[in-house]
Design a protein around this ligand. Sequence first.
Ligand SMILES: CSCC[C@H](NC=O)C(=O)N[C@@H](C)C(=O)O
Length: 660
Amino acid sequence: TELSETLQSQDVFDLEYAADLNITNDGSEVYFIRHYMDIHSDKKLGNIWKVTQNGELTPVTTGKHQQYGMALSPDNKRLAYISSESGNPQIHMQWLETGATGQMTNLTTAPSRLTWSADGKYLAFQMFVPEKATPPVSLPGKPEGAEWAEPAIYIDDVYYRFDGGGYTKPGYTQIFLLSAQGGTPRQLTFDEFNNNGAMSWSQDGKQLYFSANRHQNFRLEPVNTDIYRYELASGEISAVTDRNGPDNQPSVSPDGRYLAYLGYDDRGTNYENTQVYVRDLSSGKTQSLTADLDRSVDSLHWDGSSRGLYIQYDDQGKTRVAYQPLKGKAKQLTDKLGGQSYGRPYTSSEFDVASDGTVTFTYSAPDRPADVGLHTGGKDIQLTHLNDDALGHKTLAKVEEFWFKSSADGRDIQGWIAYPPGFDKDKKYPMVLEIHGGPVTAYGPHFAAEIQLYAAAGYVVVYINPRGSSSYGEEFAQTIHLNYPSQDYDDLMSAVDTVIDKGFIDERELFVTGGSGGGVLSAWIVGHTDRFKAAVVAKPVINWYSFVLTSDFYPYFYKYWFAAKPWEDLEGYMQRSPISYVGNVTTPTMLLTGEADYRTPISESEQYYQALKLQGVETAMVRIPDAPHGIYKRPSNLMSKVEYILWWFEQYRDERPVKN
Ligand SMILES: CSCC[C@H](NC=O)C(=O)N[C@@H](C)C(=O)O
């Protein structure tokens, strides 16, 4: 095929990225999953690879499989991982000295969270244990061999479908123990809770700490997880934490003295900073190490000497790793993490640490999905270049940071401009404003196929972190508590004005799109201004009343995003709903949503489509069959999304014939 100079939508099949980083104790090698897109199955697959400190790459496993959940044994001699190569997900093990590999289990449902005991003799893991569902009604009179319709589906659980997971089956996630020699796993927990949070062994192997929501009312208290201790000898489970609010990611220190974990006090708001807590296991004394950080810590790893922790958090659109000693100030190590959200430029990354403090992390650059990086001797080194073959010969958009003041109140807001390849500041370009979802998430200077493809099509792409985004502290994120959308609209309009003032935008050629929370804001925008020539509203919430009563995670949304239940505050719900402003819309607006989106169900898009039709506004609806909220997860769906958005915008470009 002909070499093209700029990124094309089919190039998404050539993207690769690194995940599941596991560094050896001496820091000399990093094992990772090398994800790639399989053009035949249209799925993301992945095999295990190893990279040394000098960048030498070796495959560890191979084949057209999805391998994931990798865990290096404490002595670094074995690698446990999950693979579907035998047909369904099973635990596999590779003995690294000999390369011998074995399937360790014959499970009936998918295992997860492989967690080694310190002596390397056991693996704890979790697995869904289905319960027998007996429908309350069975139809009489079916003659032998008759082909009747599928039986009716009876639902009585709070959570009956999950975005990306489909309709739920009755049962609970339980903890299991597997000998590292293989064999039959032993089930450790049996009760009617989902024992599904992260796990960590005590150093003597007598206890297993895990996080779970084991409150009687757990379904309606969706974030109230705690840390529990499981006694291997007796099977007794006791609560280690008991506050109102989440406690998770337990991690026992290498010397066995402390338990670190993440959590916050639940004050019922849309956002709280997740802090790092350390509990002295003999005295029970617990302290927060990050009370003054004003950022949410996403993950942690103990320092080999048990004197502190390496922590990861988002800060102004980037992700950092810092060393936080048990006493004293944190030391910044690197801010180059990211690259795992290859569709849109969300912060998304991971890291691991060797005993000597060498940090491996997913290395982010605006023009590449995640590579393997290393932070050692005060320097960041990029160990892999997984996409140089596919992207090295292409001209990609340059991404530049900018800051501006919001017209609402003069608040400083951060954004980025992606310039079309071959950009010439003396020319005038059409602009796409692309808006993130969440709404408490953050974009940053990270690779994003969607942004790159809009730029490759000739648009200057602008994306910002309006108020309510994460990575700027608690006050900034909470400005939209019970107040979304609101002045975030002004932040977005000020961004557009700021970029127009730079002189290279054709003011008559402004386009807007956004997904999820960004779909809310783009629908809000067309209801409040006619300055955009066309809009694509992707997987939006259009009506908060119907959203709260159809979304998979509804016990959370009504409780943390609104002051009351929908029927108790009809006015409040409708005031913040884009549907209430549909009467103002004149902008041609297309809807685009996955038909299996159970987070922002497609009925939201249908409402807007039908309302726009009734209003006589130009509209269309793109339905992506079987796609969940994460449309990008199948490469061809990512392609469809981008191609349809660009096509819609092109209909309204000046030099194109206007649509009938
Ligand atoms: C605005 S409704 C909730 C949508 C969703 N938030 C959490 O699931 C969301 O905005 N998702 C973002 C990250 C997206 O899909 O882009």
